[in-house]
Write a protein that binds this ligand. Sequence first.
Ligand code: GRF
Length: 195
Amino acid sequence: KKVAILVSGGGSNMLTLCDSMVADHPARPVLVLSNDPNAKGLERATARGLTAAAVDHRQFGKDRAAFEAELVKLLDAAEPDIICLAGFMRVLTASFVERYAGRMLNIHPSLLPKYKGLNTHARALEAGDAEAGCSVHIVTPELDDGPILGQARVQVAPDETAETLAAKVLIQEHRLYPAVLRRFAKGDNTPVELT
Ligand code: GRF
């Protein structure tokens, strides 16, 4: 199975996914794409010998469809079987999502269905949650809403801050996403539960 990974920032999830696709793994990374030409993840991908490219969303103003048409051109050239959104921070239109229906995954730093959208850690702390975590789900047109393929949980400490929680959850993201991708690439949608 060929995997394309979309990033917007540092790409730590992209790197751990790529590092997990070794030896007997059913999938291999074929393209790393970003909406930001300056994304650190692009140079980290290139340094790993991966094919990396960017489509600068700022060149398209409000024309989301035109931006996505450029993404599609690059994706179609790589012919991925699976697309992994990994710290990708652009909202995708329903038509883009439908084009890759059932084979595009996303990792979100909350225990979905709680805290869809942004500032997930601050919101969990605000709510006084005893635990937090991350979720990998199949991408559907509604933001952060598709079928959940895996979750990892962390305990919230009494003195937790959004920053310390984000760091704890990110470590779990790096465990969860590779575990989910390995199963998903084998056609196994049994949810992964990590504690
Ligand atoms: C992190 O906040 C992570 O929780 C979310 O995307 C952000 C950056 O991730 N998934 P990455 O280092 O670019 O993978």
